[in-house]
Ligand binder design. Structure first.
Ligand code: SAM
Length: 297
C-alpha cells in the first residue's frame, strides 16, 4: 500500500514451533491462504499480512505455530540456548518463551520453568502440552526463594528472566492510557508507587539470576516502556554483575533501537517501540565465560 496507517499496516507474526513442524512445511501450509514471509531477524518467525485472525487456524489449534509477536520472540532467541543445556525460565507462565526455549534446544537438555502463581501454572501446563515439549519441568515456586547453590541448579547454564512488569509497552495497557503525558512516560503518584515496587522486585530477581554458579547467559526482558523497569534495573545490577564476571552483550546488533542513553554501555540494550514496532519491549543480555576450574560440571 502507498499510504500505510500505523496500526492496520502492522503485520501478524507467528512463530513456528519446530518441535512439531518445520518452517518450510508451515510456509507451504499457510501460503494456501496468506502471503507469508520469513522474518529477517528471528529464525522460525513468519510474517503474515495485517488484520488476519488466526485463532482458529488448525496449525494454531494443534500447536504447530504460536501466535507470538516479534518482540516477544526475540527474547528466547537472544538467550540462544543450545541443545543439551539446562535452562531456567524464572517467571514462566503462560509459557510462550518457555516453549520457545525448548524448541531452540530441539528437545534436548532440560528447561526448568518456575512460576509462583498457581492459576498461571495451569496456563503454563496447557502451553507446554500444546507445544509437545517433553523436557520441561515445572517448579511451582517463588524464584527469589530458589537456593541458587542447591545442587539441583548446579548445571543451569542460561536463565531467562521475564518478570512481572507494568505492561506499559503492550497495546491493551496503552489503550487505557491514551493521555499524551502517559505516552511521554509521565505517571501519577499511584502509578509511580506501583512502578517503584515492580522495579525493586525486578532488580532483586535479576541479582538472584546472576547468582547461579554455572550460569553463563542471562536475559532480562520486560514489556514495559519505563526506564525505571528497564535501563535503571540493568544499571543498578552492573557492579554486582561485574563482580561475578558478567558483561552486557548486544542482542541482535542489526536492530536499530537500543537502550536509552542513560549509562555507558546502554547501547547494548535493545528496545522496541510500542507504536513503530507494535509492542514496547526491552531486552538485556548479560554474559560471562566460566572457566573449566570453576565450572560446576
Ligand atoms: N515469560 C512469560 C511468557 O512469555 O509467556 C510471561 C511472564 S509474565 C511477564 C511474569 C510471570 O512471573 C507471571 O506469570 C507471574 O505470576 C510470575 N511471577 C511473579 N513473581 C514471581 C516470582 N517471585 N517467582 C516466580 N514467578 C513469578
Amino acid at each position: 500500500a502507498l499510504h500505510e496507517t500505523p496500526d492496520v499496516s502492522k503485520p501478524r507474526y507467528v512463530r513456528v514451533n519446530s518441535l512439531k513442524l518445520d518452517v518450510e512445511s508451515a510456509i507451504l501450509e499457510l501460503k494456501k491462504q496468506y502471503r507469508v514471509q520469513k522474518d529477517d531477524l528471528v529464525p522460525d518467525l513468519l510474517v503474515l499480512p495485517p488484520g488476519i485472525d488466526l485463532h482458529d487456524h488448525p496449525l494454531v489449534v494443534n500447536g504447530s505455530i504460536f501466535m507470538q509477536g516479534k518482540a516477544s520472540s526475540m527474547v528466547a532467541a537472544a538467550l540462544g540456548p543450545k541443545p543439551g543445556w539446562e535452562v531456567l525460565d524464572a517467571c514462566s507462565a503462560p509459557g510462550n518463551k518457555t516453549v520457545h526455549v525448548a524448541a531452540l534446544m530441539k528437545g534436548e537438555g532440560k528447561v526448568l520453568a518456575c512460576e509462583l502463581n498457581k492459576e498461571r501454572v495451569k496456563r503454563l501446563e496447557d502451553t507446554i502440552r500444546l507445544s509437545g515439549a517433553t523436557n520441561i519441568e515445572i517448579l511451582h515456586a517463588d524464584f527469589l526463594k530458589l537456593n541458587s547453590n542447591d545442587p539441583s541448579y548446579s548445571k543451569v547454564r542460561a536463565i531467562l528472566l521475564d518478570p512481572s512488569c507494568s505492561g506499559s509497552g503492550t497495546a491493551s495497557v496503552r489503550l487505557d492510557h491514551l493521555l499524551p503525558s502517559y505516552a511521554a512516560g509521565h505517571t501519577n503518584d499511584a502509578d509511580e508507587e506501583r512502578l517503584n515496587k515492580l522495579a525493586a522486585f525486578q532488580r532483586k530477581a535479576l541479582e538472584h539470576a546472576l547468582s547461579f554458579p554455572a550460569v553463563e547467559r542471562v536475559v532480562y526482558s520486560t514489556c514495559s516502556v519505563h526506564q525505571i523497569e528497564n535501563e535503571d534495573v540493568v544499571k543498578s545490577v552492573l557492579p554486582l554483575a561485574a563482580s561475578y564476571g558478567f558483561h552486557l552483550e548486544t542482542p541482535f546488533p542489526q536492530w536499530q533501537r537500543r537502550g536509552l542513553p542513560v549509562f555507558e554501555g546502554s547501547e547494548n540494550l535493545l528496545r522496541t517501540d510500542p507504536v513503530e514496532d507494535k509492542e514496547g519491549f526491552f531486552i538485556a543480555l548479560l554474559v560471562r565465560k566460566i572457566t573449566n576450574t570453576s565450572k560446576a560440571f
